[in-house]
Design a protein around this ligand. Structure first.
Ligand code: SF4
Ligand code: SF4
Length: 96
């Protein structure tokens, strides 16, 4: 499933989506993000039937992603973001 974390305001939509069908909980995104946006949980809080670890966006970061991620943007494209490029399974998407 697609787990969406973020918010929209007058300036735009700021969501990070994690495809939990692709994510294997490897933790590479946790290591790649200098701002601690991600964490790994052993159980998917959005899908009790899913087995295995999964990445989520930490609760304290979800309502300020525009500002947290500003240091990585603009870059030469969304695929060049540290979190996106490190994910070998292509499980992370940014809406902006
Ligand atoms: S790098 Fe990708 S596959 Fe690994 S935990 Fe993060 S989102 Fe999941
Ligand atoms: S864009 Fe940068 S700050 Fe935002 S989640 Fe990815 S690595 Fe972390």
């Amino acid at each position: 499933m697609l787990a969406n974390y973020g918010y929209s305001d007058g300036s735009g939509e700021y969501f990070i989506t994690i495809d939990t069908d692709k994510c294997d909980g490897c933790g590479q995104c946790v290591s790649a993000c200098h701002s601690g946006v991600f964490e790994i949980l052993e159980q998917d809080p959005n899908d009790p039937l899913r087995e295995g670890p999964v990445a989520i966006v930490s609760a304290q970061n979800r309502n300020r992603l525009k500002y947290i991620c500003a240091s990585c943007k603009p870059s030469s494209g969304k695929e060049k973001l540290p979190c996106v490029s490190v994910c070998n399974r292509g499980a992370i998407f940014h809406s902006w």
